[in-house]
Design a protein around this ligand. Structure first.
Ligand code: DC
Length: 669
């Protein structure tokens, strides 16, 4: 997951390959609650791991459910047939509507002393219609802040089940879902009828609810979309095992990707289009119908029960006018596809956008305008005009703590003008798809010149590694410690019984070309063996310096170094990053510090690790290595002509990081 302040998406040119998507948020949280209300144990496979499901799991634990998590499989031991907690409990619901609404209903029908709170935005999301319906039924619920909104306090109810329970259906279908899931708790002796007031929106989500209730033994009788009857004697029954299908709303970004992005001709048949694994034509999620809307805009889609394949069809896409009531969440993705269309696109009947994680109509309009688009909006509609080549602007997309805004606008990176797109607060995707950007980068491609490289070169112990990895972490970029490659090469050569001299040059180069090296966090693995400590020693550095003077060895490591240049960008540290390996890098830093300073830092470092060390001999070693690195015939240590020099002798690490980030901002403006 990217937890940086922002993520700069380089201009992207195409996409191809297969993605496996995380489990559906709607299904995951419903399944968790239903499993909690059952008697016995339910094994849930492919559960989404996200903010929303964590909130639900935490609440279920607080209630005394058994919860065992093993990767994406979660085993829930339900509360059915057991006493619910009598003590007061406070639940923190974050911004998870799919947890807040149904849990409120279940707690209110069951009764107890419960407080439900959330983040400030949760306290702005309406819940009055659900509370009214629950009060009608005899539930005891108080508002602790503003009437109609969380936080709430729930007490012991005096249930009145004799007449139908009215619930509004035109603000959020989650209210009806909440009642449908909670009321079987009270339907032991009599049938309970729910009556929908107003036009029911987001019907497909109700379909998911009914479908899953049936899997848990509750056969709700649906009369049109107005009346729902929970039969007398209803009892939740665990299905034993249940699989969560992949999230159809998440699929929308990759369906759109397939429709927008050209394939990769270099990959032949494999390079043509996007395959989505885990959700397909048999999905019970309403958002799967997004594929029809995408097809209308031009996507070429084929499907199987649990997979989809998408290719570019019409290009530019075709502008459409569509009632989006049936695909409220996925429809946001159409708004971004609209930028690539041949005429305006109008999305109608989307009033629910205004009460989601943020006011999504306002958010989509504001952020599209930043890119240069013309957008009109009304209370329940939005019209987006296409953005022709020549008019795309570089923008920093604000994401309003709304995962869908972030994921939608990532698709703007395919713009015709090849301008990069900045996504602010990229970690907000964690709500439903923590690894969204990783998934995007696994299928998206672009030319090497679009993938930024920042080079940090300089002498031994100048602090390059710390600086480069800190800057990489701040930008969410990959990190290449090229020195480690020379260190590992020397290590492998010695292990193979070679000398580090010119006599063995060809053999060492051969080893270097096939180096089975892997970086895992701070660890360096050679052939799956941890060699971190061995190569990080002073001797390891000396050995590296020796093999690094051999031209054939340097040549052998070039491809490996280039392979680190991957989306979204790279921080490369070494001696010749800016001069030889990435000569076109847009930012090159040459980091120096006085020999005395460097010897002192290295001394401190060694002492802190419990090694004995002598400053004078350290300094002599450093100077010897510098001399060799600077005087060798190939790729000698020297600043690139266009490198910016940074002497950090008297700078803190934070100050050096800030300086490099500042230079980078300047370059990318
Ligand atoms: O950065 P370091 O101390 O881990 O590097 C070890 C040696 O590897 C260094 O003395 C010179 C060599 N090296 C190189 O020649 N070219 C690079 N790009 C990186 C390191």
């Amino acid at each position: 997951m990217f937890s940086t302040a922002f993520l700069d998406l380089p201009a992207l040119q195409g996409a191809s390959g297969t993605v496996t998507l995380p489990g559906s948020k709607s299904i995951s949280n419903r399944v968790l609650l239903l499993s909690a209300l059952c008697q016995g144990t339910t094994v849930v496979h492919d559960l989404l791991d996200s903010d929303d499901t964590r909130v639900m799991l935490a609440a279920l634990r607080q209630l005394g459910c058994g919860v065992e998590v093993a990767g994406t499989t979660v085993t829930i031991t339900g509360l059915g047939g057991r006493a619910w907690p009598a003590e007061a409990i406070e639940f923190f619901m974050g911004n998870a509507g799919t947890a807040m609404r149904p849990l409120t209903a279940a707690l209110a029908v069951q009764g107890g002393d419960f407080t439900l709170k959330g983040v400030p935005r949760m306290h702005e999301r309406p819940i009055g219609d659900l509370v009214n319906a629950l009060r009608e039924l005899g539930c005891a619920i108080d508002y602790l802040g503003n009437a109609g909104y969380p936080p709430l306090r729930v007490r012991q109810p005096t249930l009145r089940l004799d007449k139908p329970i009215p619930v509004r259906g035109d603000v959020s279908s989650q209210f009806l879902t909440a009642l449908l899931m909670a009321l079987p708790l009270a339907a032991q002796d009599r049938a309970i009828t729910i009556e929908v007031v107003g036009e029911l929106i987001s019907k497909p989500y109700i379909e998911i609810t009914l479908n899953l209730l049936a899997r848990y033994g509750i056969a709700v009788e649906r009369q049109g979309w107005e009346r729902f009857v929970i039969p007398a004697g209803s009892r939740y029954q665990s299905p034993g095992t249940i699989h969560v299908e992949a999230d159809a709303s998440s699929a929308s970004y990759f369906i759109a990707l397939g429709a927008i992005a050209a394939g990769d001709p270099s990959k032949g048949a494999q390079g043509n289009g996007i395959r989505i694994q885990g959700v397909g034509a048999d999905s019970i999620q309403g958002d799967i119908r997004f594929m029809d809307a995408a097809a209308q805009m031009g996507a070429k889609i084929t499907s199987g029960p649990n997979w989809l394949e998408i290719q570019r069809g019409a290009w530019p896409l075709k502008g459409i006018t569509l009632d989006c009531n049936h695909i409220p969440d996925a429809a946001m993705t159409l708004a971004v596809m609209a930028l690539y269309a041949d005429g305006p696109t109008t999305l109608r009947n989307i009033a629910s956008w205004r009460v989601k994680e943020t006011d999504r109509i306002a958010a989509m309009a504001t952020e599209s305008r930043k890119l240069g688009a013309t957008v009109e909006e009304g209370p329940d509609w939005i019209t987006i005009h296409p953005l022709p080549a020549g008019q795309w602007q570089r923008a920093s997309i604000h994401t309003y703590d709304d995962h869908r805004v972030a994921m939608c606008f990532s698709l703007a990176a395919f713009n015709a003008d090849q301008v990069p797109v900045r996504i602010e607060d990229p970690k907000c995707v964690a709500k439903t798809f923590p690894d969204y950007f990783e998934a995007l980068f696994s299928v998206a491609h672009t030319s090497a010149q679009n993938i930024p490289v920042i080079c940090i070169d300089g002498p031994t112990a100048s602090g390059k590694g710390t600086l480069a990895s800190r800057v990489a972490a701040a930008l969410g970029y990959h990190y290449l410690d090229s020195g480690a490659l020379y260190r590992v090469t020397a290590h492998a050569a010695l292990q193979a019984g070679l000398t580090l001299e010119a006599a063995d040059e060809a053999k060492i180069a051969d080893l270097a070309r096939r180096l089975p090296v892997r970086f895992e966090g701070e660890q360096v693995l050679l052939d799956n063996v941890d060699v971190t400590d061995a190569i990080r020693s002073e001797q390891g550095g000396m050995n590296a310096s020796k093999v690094s003077v051999l031209p054939a060895v340097r040549e052998a490591l070039v491809d490996l170094q280039h392979s680190f240049q991957r989306l979204p960008g790279l921080l490369a540290d070494g001696r010749d990053m800016g001069t030889v390996i990435f000569p076109n890098a847009p930012l090159k830093v040459f980091l120096t510090a006085s020999a005395a300073q460097r010897a002192e830092r290295r001394h401190k470092q060694l002492i802190s690790k419990g090694f004995s060390a002598n400053i004078d001999s350290l300094r002599a070693d450093l100077e010897a290595r510098d001399a060799r690195d600077m005087s060798r015939s190939v790729s000698p240590l020297q600043p690139a002509q266009d490198a910016l020099q940074l002497d950090n002798s008297s700078l803190s690490i934070d100050a050096s990081v800030a300086q490099v980030l500042d230079w980078w901002q300047g370059k990318s403006r």
